[in-house]
Design a protein around this ligand. Structure first.
Ligand code: HPA
Ligand SMILES: [Zn+2]
Length: 331
């Protein structure tokens, strides 16, 4: 069974940089890589935790230098996502990671945005761009970068919070999220991936987060699960990511079925598909095999993604109709 049409709500564009493209961009930009070939690079994709992944993720993005590099990476993701069944994608980018290595804000924002501008006509995918801020860097820096994004009228719909979670609680970013709220931006935050359930509560109550990225550790706190279910807070779960970053031992141990059983508003996403073994279709396929999910289960996950997307009523109805017709076609 091919996966359902869906919205992808948890995707880091820099995490879509495939090994082949890393080599192509390195050659184009005259950068010498610390790997002699693709196999040597691929051999590094064994992670022990979030930080071990982030080390490689930040190192590899050094091949992104020009607007064309950012646009090519984004187009490659959109092409692959369209084949995976993605019909709407809300895409995070990490501006601070590029600024820190001397790449101008305009270069990364305009490069990604130029590919997104053609996405509906070229790939049938509607999109939104989200500036994610690095929680392991100073909050003052994040606020400065947000001001610059606002000054340049960057085409962003919202802000997110990512990078190393443990020891960097949401409470440090209250001013950033207040500024985003005042500017009319949507607010999401990674919480409860490696960090404790209390970070999820902080993201909701202190940052006004409208969606939680990951959120799987909510399952350790029954009162929190009840709250998340009652409020139908969207949790953008990334099963293959959680396996590869060792948040769970194997896919069989993933809490997604239990989360569904508790009535949580969960959806399926690829996070950093070039690093974690697959795009959203592969996440659905492995879930289907591991948990013998029915077409109804998969359709419910897809409906949740559409319900949780930052889109207008008309687009939402169109996408829900697509999920419905996929469900009917499954018999
Ligand atoms: O999975 C992730 N978690 C936190 N930060 C990230 N930045 C890119 N991917 C991730
Ligand atoms: Zn993520």
């Amino acid at each position: 069974m091919a996966g359902p049409p869906c919205a992808e709500l948890h995707l880091h564009i820099e995490g879509t940089l495939e090994p082949e493209l890393i080599f192509d961009l390195a050659e184009r930009n005259g950068i010498s890589l610390p790997y002699s070939d693709l196999d040597e690079l691929r051999a590094r994709y064994e992670f022990t935790d979030l930080q071990s992944f982030l080390d490689l993720y930040y190192r590899n993005m050094d091949v992104l230098r020009t607007e064309a590099d950012f646009a090519d990476m984004t187009r490659a993701y959109l092409r692959r996502a369209a084949a995976a069944g993605v019909r709407h994608s809300e895409i995070m980018m990490d501006p601070q990671a590029h600024l820190a290595r001397g790449v101008a804000l305009e270069t990364c924002v305009n490069g990604v945005a130029s590919a997104l501008a053609d996405s509906e006509s070229e790939f049938g995918i509607s999109t939104g761009l989200i500036a994610a801020f690095l929680r392991d860097r100073p909050a003052e820096e994040a606020l400065e970068v947000l001001e610059q994004l606002l000054d340049m009228e960057a085409p962003i719909i919202g802000i997110g919070l990512d990078s190393a979670e443990v020891g960097h609680p949401p409470s440090g970013f209250v001013d950033l999220y207040e500024r985003a709220r005042a500017a009319g931006l949507r607010r999401i935050a990674h919480a409860g991936e490696e960090g404790p359930p209390g970070y999820i509560t902080e993201a909701l109550d202190l940052l006004g987060a409208e969606r939680i990225d990951h959120g799987i550790r909510c399952m350790e706190d029954d009162a929190l699960v009840q709250r998340l279910a009652a409020e139908q807070v969207p949790l953008t779960v990334c099963p293959l990511s959680n396996v590869r970053l060792r948040a769970v031992d194997t896919l069989k141990d993933h809490p997604l079925p239990a989360m569904l059983a508790r009535g949580l508003n969960v959806c399926v996403n690829s996070d950093d598909p070039a690093y974690f073994g697959g795009y959203v279709d592969e996440n659905f396929a492995q879930l289907g095999r591991t948990f013998t999910f029915t077409a109804d289960d998969l359709a419910r996950l897809a409906v949740n993604s559409v319900r949780s997307a930052f889109i207008g009523a008309e687009r939402r109805s169109a996408l829900l109709a697509e999920v419905d017709s996929w469900r009917s076609a499954q018999g």
